[in-house]
Design a protein around this ligand. Structure first.
Ligand SMILES: [Fe+2]
Ligand SMILES: [Fe+2]
Length: 293
């Protein structure tokens, strides 16, 4: 029996305002927790360059796409990622105003992604993109399906991540379909790239906040204490972020995996209905949070 398909429309939403330059967003917007805040902040700092990399990796195959539906999806995917890049760039400016040397973080991502585009095959780059897109597609389930993950977060920052998570879920299959149908990447390369992406992403998630917290002025001893307290939340096997992620990453290793076999997060419709009714991504995120389990 064919597996059910879960494919939402890819909607390009432009120039959304999350009031990220508001002075009253707390420095540690994640419920006052410096460690958790800087984990999110450090990961999101990679997004503008990371998303430029995704667009380049997909566009390398654009001339070989004959399916008009996939061609349109690639266009919409690129537009969505372009908007994400703009918003996360303005978020990075917010971090710069806090005294974080954000250029060091963005330079690191830029160097890695440019190096990959120059030295690795187009097939490997689209496989890396499909793997990392699986990570971003999981954001909605990971952080928004249940209330507890982002309880106490500033509503504006949470709204930004909610919008991004929603759109990542909408275009979750685009890079994967280009990889499989156009680049003809097989199982071996697909899972090699996922292993590479998982290790790189996990290491970054643990190491980068350490440097950001140093820029915040925390001593080595203070940071060690924060990590001792925060790591169970980040890498804990059951309730931790990594513990929740592992089964989702594992599904990517099944030979017949396709992103559209993963059900859309249960409160997607709450976000979408509120956004369609009001055009306000803050109200949409509030509706999504209220509908969370
Ligand atoms: Fe994105
Ligand atoms: Fe994406």
């Amino acid at each position: 029996m064919a597996k059910p398909e879960y494919q939402e429309d890819i909607v390009v939403r432009k120039n959304l305002d999350f009031q990220l330059d508001a002075d009253d967003i707390p420095r540690y917007w994640m419920a006052g927790d410096a460690f958790k805040t800087r984990v999110f902040d450090a990961v999101q700092s990679t997004f503008p360059d990371g998303e430029r990399y995704f667009i380049s990796a997909v566009r390398a195959f654009r001339d070989r796409i004959t399916d008009p539906v996939l061609l349109q999806a690639v266009k919409d995917f690129s537009m969505q990622e372009g908007q994400h890049g703009q918003v996360h760039t303005s978020y990075n400016e917010r971090l710069r105003r806090q005294g974080i040397s954000i250029d060091g973080f963005t330079r690191h991502t830029k160097e890695i992604t440019e190096n990959r585009l120059q030295t690795l095959s187009a097939e490997y780059n689209i496989a890396m993109t499909a793997a990392l897109e699986h990570f971003t597609a999981m954001m909605a389930d990971l952080f928004f399906a249940e209330k507890d993950m982002l309880e106490g977060a500033d509503s504006r920052v949470r709204a930004m991540f909610a919008w991004h998570a929603i759109e990542e879920m909408e275009h979750k299959a685009v890079a994967f379909d280009v990889m499989q149908k156009v680049a003809n990447v097989g199982y071996g390369l697909r899972v090699t790239a996922m292993t590479h992406a998982t290790l790189g992403f996990s290491l970054y998630t643990v190491i980068a906040p350490w440097h950001m917290l140093k820029m915040d002025g925390y001593s080595t001893r203070e940071r060690l204490t924060m990590y001792a307290k925060g790591l169970p939340w980040l890498v804990g096997p059951r309730k931790g972020v990594l513990g929740r992620l592992l089964p989702m990453i594992g599904s990517y290793y099944k030979p017949g995996f396709h992103p559209n076999h993963i059900p859309t997060v249960h409160n997607y419709r709450a976000w979408l209905d509120a956004f369609v009714a009001t055009g306000d991504p803050m109200l949409a995120a509030d509706a999504m949070h209220r509908a969370a389990a």
